[in-house]
Structures are given as C-alpha cells and as structure tokens.
Design a protein around this ligand. Structure first.
Ligand SMILES: Nc1ncnc2c1ncn2[C@@H]1O[C@H](COP(=O)(O)OP(=O)(O)OP(=O)(O)O)[C@@H](O)[C@H]1O
Length: 216
C-alpha cells in the first residue's frame, strides 16, 4: 500500500498542535516521527488510525482495494490494550479473531517475541517489558500492511529492541509500512524522519479543556 498525507493539521481542545504536515510513504518505507513532548506525535498516529479528526488536510491510502485505512493498520500505543485477566495466548487469540487476516498462531507470535514460556500466564502477572512484547506480538497474529507504533521500545531491554528491529525490517521487506513515534533510535534502517515542530504559543487557546471521546 501507499500512504499519502497532505497538509494535515491538528487541533486538540482548541489548541493548534501542528499544521501543514505532508508526507508520502511507499511500500517498504519507514518513517520516524520525532519532536518534543507534546509536539503531537501520538496525535498524528491517532489521526492516521482514524480515531481523531484532522483539523485540516487529508489522509489517503492507495493499493488497498475496497478496504478502509483503519482495516489496514495495527496500532501499538502507550497503553498496551491487553486484558490483565486473560492469558497471553487468549489476548492474542482475541486480537486475531477481532482483526481478521490471520498470519501467525499466537504461540508462533509469542515464540518470535522470545516469550514461549508466558503463553498460559495471565498478562497481569507479566513484567512491563513482557507485557510490551505481548502487545507487539499482536503485529504478527494478523497481517496488516501499516504499523503505527507509539514509543514501541518503551520498557524493552536491548535484546527485545533488537527483536523488534528485526520484525520491522522483515515487515518492510515484504512491502509493509512502519510509522513510529519515538525519542530514540529504533533500528529502523533507512527510515525517513518527520520532525514535528512545537506550535507557536499565540496560536493556542487561553483555557485548557480536554476531550474524552478519544480516550481508548
Ligand atoms: N484527549 C486530549 N484532550 C485534549 N488535549 C489532548 C488530548 N490528548 C493529547 N492532548 C494534547 O495534545 C498535545 C499533543 O499531545 P501528544 O500526546 O500528541 O504529544 P506527543 O508528541 O506524543 O508527546 P510525548 O512525547 O510526551 O508522548 C499535548 O498538548 C496534549 O496535552
């Protein structure tokens, strides 16, 4: 698939967060989204996922046939989206059944993340890094061309960061796209960088409000 983003602008609760963002990603390309805390990296990923309406601009995908863009992507966000009471395998079975297009079995995905031994443990018992790896294993149980990863290395040790770099490399070699918001190098070979600059202060509203409809 090909992703085309033109003149995207983001406003959250009256504040202009960024504007004029444009980029195109061809099959196999990676994009590292960088910028200061609060610059809007997570907001950009949320918009690309179709969970936040752009203030201006367009997001479109080519080469996905009749599918919608949200049907063609995985999101791994700050929150891991795992049910603590379910085992790692049950969480992955749920994701596979919900998302469709099965690719690997939950066990194979856990093996790939170096977690074969936690398959039957409730996720609530896992360490932060292990939970993160179970969340990342979702990328493997169902095939989707666009990966949106928000700080994917958070809580990962060096070995697991290497495993993730390998997964992203293989995904891209098969024509997949990776967009990752990050403050650190990810091992995303040849990825382009999109740096989001902080919005001007006088472009912001005077009063702080918040949105609840986008909380996931
Ligand atoms: N639900 C919300 N309601 C209102 N404002 C929000 C909401 N979520 C985020 N924001 C605001 O949008 C701005 C951008 O936040 P965002 O999380 O996208 O930044 P970020 O670049 O990912 O930051 P970080 O590097 O700290 O993760 C911040 O000023 C934040 O307070």
């Amino acid at each position: 698939m090909r992703l085309i983003v033109e003149n995207l602008a983001c406003r959250r609760s009256g504040r202009r967060i960024f504007s004029g963002l444009s980029f195109t990603l061809e099959p196999g390309e990676g994009l590292m989204v960088t910028g200061r805390n609060g610059a809007g990296k997570s907001s950009l990923l949320t918009m690309l996922a179709g969970r936040l309406k752009p203030d201006a601009g367009t997001i479109r995908a080519e080469g996905i046939g009749e599918a919608t863009l949200p049907e063609c992507l995985h999101v791994i966000g700050h929150r891991d989206g795992l049910k603590s009471a379910l085992t790692a395998t049950e969480n992955l079975e749920f994701a596979r059944d919900l998302l469709g297009h099965p690719a690997a079995s939950p066990q194979a995905a856990l093996d790939a993340m170096g977690l074969p031994h936690v398959a039957r443990l409730p996720v609530g018992y896992l360490s932060a890094g292990q939970r993160r790896r179970v969340a990342l294993a979702r990328l493997l149980v169902c095939r989707r061309p666009l990966w949106l990863l928000d700080e994917p290395t958070a809580a990962l040790d060096l070995a697991s960061q290497g495993v993730l770099a390998g997964l992203m490399g293989r995904h891209r070699a098969e024509g997949g796209l990776v967009i990752a918001a990050t403050h650190q190098a990810l091992g995303l070979e040849d990825a382009r960088e999109l740096r989001i600059a902080a919005a001007a202060v006088d472009d912001r509203c005077e009063e702080d409000t918040f949105e609840t409809e986008n909380w996931l």
